[in-house]
Design a protein around this ligand. Sequence first.
Ligand code: 5AD
Length: 431
Amino acid sequence: MRTVYIETYGCQMNVSDSELMFGVLGREGYVRTEDPAAADVLLVNTCAVRDHAEQRVLGRMGELKRYKRPGDVMGVVGCMAQRLGPKLLERVPQVDLVIGPDGYRALPELIARARDGQRATEVTFKQWEHYEDVPPARDNPTSAFVTVQRGCDYRCTFCIVPMTRGPERSRKLADVVGEVARLADGGTSEVTLLGQTVNSYHDGEHDFADLLRAVGAVDGIRRLRFTSLTAMAETPAVCEYVHLPVQSGSSRTLKRMLRRYDRQQYLDVVAALRAAMPGLALSTDIIVGFPGESEDDFQETLSLVEHVAFDDAYTFKYSVREATPAVKIKDHVPEELKTERIGRLIEVVRRVAKRKNMGLVGTSHEVLVEGPAKRGDLLQARTRTNKIALLEGPADWIGTYRRVRFTGTTGSTFTAWPLEKEPEELVTAWR
Ligand code: 5AD
């Protein structure tokens, strides 16, 4: 029996793609291992969105190559593989395979060839690749990622993703619903729909609103999540949580980023979402130090964070990505200034989130118990609004829904007390 080890970096789409690769290789008899030293095939699924992400992977490759025994195959897959292609074979001599996000179908064949000493690169985009015939190998029986769209047709000037994931393609609604129905039959009750810009989902006949309604109507689906926006309110399973990347609070910067909204339009969308879904939690992504960002622009980002009062924000220093349009913008923000700005931004993000979370102490929530907490002998659970709560309880609560009351907060996560009533009855009352 052959074993495969996959280490995954980057976004949820990569986590989902790794499940797909386990699926592709599982059909060929491969068994998954968590131990790189025991693996016959070692794959690193990579991110290219910032230089830092790539440097980390290169460092890690240096460590992983120690586990490569004669006859073993080592591959770099995902966005960095797509971006660098054959250059990676030159850069890391132990690497046998370089495969981009549309090439996973070729894994078994390329692995076999690598065993015969043929190193290979597979980085062509396939207009219609959706891996429809490959059942992903998932390891969480309760909660599943389901890819509904691959690629991206946006052209944000800072972003490498259109170049690493190719053109936008949506899966057929019936195929997605079929997959979700099979998952629900197997006991899955929480589904996260994945795509780079899920709100632009369109399969030729149906848009994202149709998709949400159809997936939300599948029997057994109690929580429905997605990576961004719209058509949420009338589908009860859709969770009260949206990740809505803003990138900057300055309209001037947004325009130069080629985002398709300005500050006011973003605020209008937030207001509309909140009106439709009371209690909505919002998170975002923010870039500081985009070329030409002035102190005034940055102040607008700080004031937007205060104004929207995000529940959480992922903050990044702008990182130049080769071949993106922004490369041509000259006016670079010095590294020290980026560091200084991100520091100030994180402080505001934390303060605003803490204020919101303190206000939630004492309130009660439905949580899905996910597993043991990282530390201590508590359980880790998640609310519909994506807040993490730690609680005491038996291990057989894992994978079940409970009612809890928040008893305290660190500012970002919560401690919680289980409410010993019939969860089902309370959930209905609460909704
Ligand atoms: N530099 C810094 N951050 C970036 N992101 C995307 N491209 C870059 C870049 N060149 C951030 C954006 C995006 C998140 C996934 O990564 O905030 O939403």
